[in-house]
Ligand binder design. Structure first.
Ligand code: ATP
Ligand code: MG
Length: 1011
């Protein structure tokens, strides 16, 4: 009864084909196809799939199934993976799956062999894992799709998302958010008439509607001509006008109803005999079958849309002959089709399934559900879905569904809990939560609930709280865990209460209530038996240490961590020992005990890697992050970069590169930045940002990119990156995020000579509450603050004005702050020297020795960028002191360094200094970018120079002096005698109040810069 010809839909197909083109051009595209049941969404996507396949696309389709018997978590993803596994040569597939193979094989065991040679040891976050599992799965899928799209463009259709489970919706939304420059078209279909007011798809659709990168197609019904064409194609001959008219009338142009009506027309001939209601239309075809076939259909409808044939036979109680006769009849009448996986039969259309199911008497349905439950419990093999985890999860879900629908609550209860456990193992915490909420609902109505489940109500609430936590529903997690605690009888085991409190504290901590979390943990510890040391002690102490660190209490953190380690050792809790060691190592390093801190961190890393298999990789990743960070704090750039690179490999393998992995990218990029390997750092950051990491993870990378751009003098780009980062960091007070933003903003302002803005940028960053461990973030800010004052003071002196006392006062205040900051690492010592030298510059007393000290410090810290800046100022000081040879050496080195780095502002300054002081820049070949290459513009300094009362001729001479010309050269340029030129110069020096021509040039340069 299906039209072999594809009718109409030209506009829709054109729009979709445009999207195929876009996808081929590496511009990931998305389409949403909505429409009522049976209107033709699936047919449209099939047509699209055929065309895409013709253009060499890899076509993947995932079907969402109604939450019920088949409510397998992430079913569409499993579908797509299965298609890949069955159609791709194993070696290509192995490359496409890459590091994702082992993670995804948890969903589809067929993929497991592909992991054999590759990733081992990297498991996902373990049973006690943080909220990383879901994020990891999303990332694994994203990575797989990107790699796949490098092999061939991809069309991924997710069908019927109105039925999707929460995890599938999250995945779909995530892909739409995150896929960018990949050859992928994602098509999503849904029934618009199924979306009741509180449907979970609604808010997503609303957000997608606002997104202009998503195409929306609202599929309308066929018009009269299209219905005629469809009938013609189905019947194989032109229908008479009354037939078309009646069918159009009755179907309203719904393609599916047209087919059903065409079937009736074919059977009865007379359209006037058509039954009255829609359900009757559908059922009239069923009613025409033999009783055996009808019974078969009713039985099948209880299973859901598809059912394995042996299960069907068993439940329907049909012998082989009867079964196949009935099946043949149903298939010949286009009511059932062979299921896509070849494993059983499916209703050709869900609408018919619904009509058959709804038409049964309630008692009949209950009886059939019970029969499914009995049969599946007796012979689970009949479920015949996927093997392994997915199959187990599917079976468990089916049992939970059938027993509940059979009103057999005593059996539905344990089945729901079992289904929840499987869902947790399949990365589907939201579905686990759904099952557990159902279990909590049933609980009071089952007398022997505890015997049946082996749990008590507290245990179920705790599991539900855990599932909610992992699904990211922190509020729900809190209230479920609070319920669990109130349900706990007063005389209950205190250890149990303590462990519940621990879970509660983790949720508090992640909701940002770090202080409360620490309080809960202390309370929990108080509940544990005092006389002995248990694993619970170790775990709680480790969690307390972590919460205190997040609450910036490093001393308390170290103490708790030490206690945790001791407790962990006493009872062999290696996971807790690893966790606490990482925390302790980081805290010690922050407290200034760096060497010991490093040793403890390395130890924690080793333990973390050893326990990764059983406890998950979270601790090891944290260890890599903290270790590389502390190494960088110590200016051990090369080693820091290496440790971060090792950590990145692990992050990629376990699917954490868009989350924790971003910190590792940052921790690798930063030392590269400091070492002057800017291009490498830039590429690393760009690659990581291309994956669109979200929140704080992406923001740390934008922040580094802002700093890099600012050092290069790319003010506009730096500003953009800064905004991207500040957006996320606006709510945090954590100095590791806020201080670098201030530093970069000030650096940009200084390059633009906007001293007011520079001062504003750093103002909030100079607190007197700075603690030892925040020094590293405060130092650069203090330096720029002092530099701003020095620039300002110099500007007053250049204008021959008195330097206002407030500048000296500010400098004194800054010096006071600086005195309290730690200099536990070479780079920090470098900043101290820079700040001191700037202070002297502000006071007008800076000597070459001041800057030489800064140069020495930065050589020790191996950071070419601040070194180039210090060399530049050193050269300036030498020039002032008339030490030409020393000046020349310093400015040449500054210039060469800055040129090599691409630090245009420093290079330009160095070139300008060289020119006006007539110094020979060893490698100054005029290519320095920016304004240094050009002579100083006449118009620029004019206003500022007016204050000196120069004649026009004197102004001309001064500009030539500023360009580094000698008296004879000036004479030649202005057609005057050398003697006259020399007189002019003397007058000019007097009017400017400077002692020599080089200083005069500097004044013009500095005032001119602000033109
Ligand atoms: N453009 C078309 N040309 C020919 N036949 C069509 C066309 N569109 C739909 N049909 C037929 O109508 C029937 C219903 O269409 P389809 O299954 O695509 O609907 P649907 O919108 O996906 O419905 P549901 O929401 O129930 O999934 C199918 O048998 C299909 O072959
Ligand atoms: Mg469909």
């Amino acid at each position: 009864m299906v039209s072999p010809v594809f009718i109409g839909r030209q506009d829709e197909m054109r729009a979709l084909e445009r999207l195929l083109d876009r996808a081929q051009a590496r511009d990931a595209a998305f389409a949403l196809i909505g429409g009522e049941a049976g209107v033709g969404k699936t047919r449209l996507t099939r047509e699209l799939a055929a065309r895409a396949a013709g253009e060499g696309f890899c076509v993947l389709t995932g079907q969402c199934v109604e939450l019920g018997a088949e409510g397998l978590p992430l079913a569409p993803l499993v579908d797509a993976l299965r298609t890949l596994a069955r159609t791709m040569p194993p070696d290509v597939l192995a490359g496409v799956l890459g590091p994702a193979a082992s993670g995804l094989s948890r969903l589809l065991p067929e993929l497991a062999p592909l992991t054999a040679g590759g990733a081992s040891g990297g498991t996902l976050a373990g049973p006690a894992g943080e909220d990383m599992q879901k994020a990891q799965l999303l990332e694994l899928v994203l990575g797989t799709l990107s790699r796949l799209s490098a092999v061939a463009p991809v069309l991924f259709t997710v069908e019927d998302v109105h039925w999707a489970d929460r995890s599938t919706l999250d995945l779909t939304a995530f892909l739409i958010r995150s896929l960018r420059n990949a050859r992928v078209l994602v098509v999503v279909t849904y029934r618009s008439d199924e979306l009741h007011r509180r449907h979970p798809l609604r808010p997503l659709l609303t957000s997608w509607e606002r997104d202009r990168s998503i195409d929306r197609i609202d599929l309308r019904r066929f018009d009269r001509d299209e219905v005629g064409a469809q009938l013609h194609a189905i019947l194989g001959e032109a229908p008479g006008p009354t037939v078309t008219e009646t069918v159009f009338d009755r179907s309203g142009g719904n393609a599916y109803l047209v087919e059903e009506l065409a079937g009736t027309v074919k059977a009865h001939g007379d359209p006037a005999d058509l039954p009255p209601s829609l359900a009757d239309v559908l059922l009239s075809r069923v009613d025409a079958l033999t009783p055996g076939a009808q019974k078969l259909l009713r039985t099948a409808s209880v299973a859901g849309r598809a059912v394995p044939d042996r299960l069907l036979a068993e439940v329907a109680g049909l012998g082989e002959n009867e079964l196949y006769a009935a099946l043949r009849e149903a298939v010949e009448n286009h009511l059932l089709v062979v299921a896509p996986d070849g494993q059983g039969y499916a209703f050709r259309h869900a609408l018919t399934r619904d009509a058959v199911y709804e038409d049964m008497l309630p008692g009949e349905r209950v009886r059939l559900h019970a029969a499914y439950g009995e049969t599946l419990e007796r012979d689970p093999g009949l479920a015949a879905g996927e093997a392994g985890q997915a199959g187990q999860a599917g079976l468990a879900t089916a049992l939970a569904y059938h027993w509940y629908a059979a009103l057999d609550l005593p059996r539905a209860l344990p089945a729901s809990i079992d289904a929840a456990r499987h869902a947790m193992e399949s990365y589907a915490p939201a579905e686990a939560l759904r099952h557990l909420e159902r279990a909590l609902e049933i609980w009071p109505r089952v007398a022997d609930a505890t015997q049946r489940t082996g749990l008590d109500r507290v245990g179920v609430s705790r599991r539900a709280g855990e599932a909610a936590y992992q699904a990211g529903a922190l509020d729900r997690a809190r209230s479920l865990l609070a319920d669990a605690m109130t349900e706990l009888p007063a005389d209950a085991d205190p250890v149990r209460r303590a462990l519940l409190l621990e879970r509660y504290a983790i949720v508090q901590r992640d909701s940002g209530a770090t202080g409360e979390a620490a309080e809960s943990l202390r309370q929990a510890l108080g509940l544990l038996p005092a006389g002995e040391t248990t694993r619970a002690h170790a775990k709680l102490l480790a969690a307390l240490a972590n919460a205190l660190m997040r609450n910036d209490d490093m001393v308390g953190c170290a103490e708790a961590a030490r206690n945790a380690i001791e407790a962990a050792r006493a009872c062999g809790a290696t996971g807790a020992e690893a966790d606490a060691s990482v925390t302790l190592g980081a805290a010690m390093a922050y407290l200034g005990m760096v060497d010991t801190g490093l040793d403890v961190l390395r130890f924690g890393l080793r333990l973390g890697l050893e326990t990764a298999e059983t406890e998950g990789s979270y601790t090891a990743l944290r260890a890599y992050i903290n270790l590389s960070d502390v190494l960088e704090l110590l200016s051990q750039h090369t080693e820091a970069a290496q440790v971060a690179a090792d950590g990145l490999k692990l992050a990629e393998r376990v699917g954490s590169s868009r989350t924790l992995g971003c910190y590792l990218v940052g921790n690798r990029a930063e030392p590269l930045l400091r070492l002057g390997r800017w291009a490498e750092a830039e590429q690393l950051i760009a690659e990581a940002l291309a994956d669109q990491p979200e929140g704080v993870f992406g923001a740390t990378l934008h922040q580094l990119r802002a700093e890099l751009a600012a050092m290069r003098g790319g003010d506009a780009e730096a500003g953009r990156e800064l905004r991207a980062a500040s957006h996320t960091f606006s709510h945090t007070a954590d100095p590791q995020f806020t201080q670098p933003l201030r530093y970069v903003a000030a650096l940009i302002a200084l390059h633009q000579d906007d001293l007011t803005r520079a001062r504003d940028a750093v103002a909030a960053g100079i607190g007197d509450d700075s603690e030892e461990w925040t020094s590293r973030y405060a130092w650069p800010v203090v330096w720029l603050a002092m530099r701003t004052e020095a620039d300002d003071a110099t500007r007053y002196r250049d204008r021959r004005e008195d330097v206002p006392a407030v500048i000296a006062a500010r400098c004194a205040e800054l010096a006071g702050v600086a005195a309290r900051l730690a200099t536990t690492a070479p780079a920090l010592a470098g900043y101290r020297q820079l700040a001191a030298a700037e202070h002297a510059r502000a006071a007008g007393t800076a000597t070459a020795a001041d800057w030489a000290a800064a140069v020495t410090a930065w050589r020790a810290a191996e950071e070419p960028y601040p070194l180039s800046y210090a060399l530049l100022r050193l050269a300036e000081a030498h020039v002032t002191a008339g030490e030409t040879a020393e000046a020349e050496a310093a400015v040449s080195e500054a210039h060469a360094l800055a040129r090599r780095l691409g630090a245009a502002p420093v290079a330009d300054e160095a070139a300008a200094l060289g020119r006006r002081a007539r110094l020979n820049l060893a490698r100054a070949d005029g290519q320095a970018s920016g304004n240094a290459g050009q002579p100083i513009a006449d118009s620029g300094p004019a206003d500022e120079l007016a204050r000196f009362g120069l004649t026009d001729r004197e102004r001309e001479v001064l500009l030539l002096v500023a360009a580094g010309r000698s008296n004879p050269e000036i004479a030649k340029a202005l057609f005057i005698s050398a003697k006259t030129a020399s007189v002019h110069v003397s007058n000019i020096l007097a009017k400017l109040g400077v002692s020599g021509r080089v200083e005069a040039a500097a004044v013009v340069h500095r005032l001119g810069q602000r033109g």
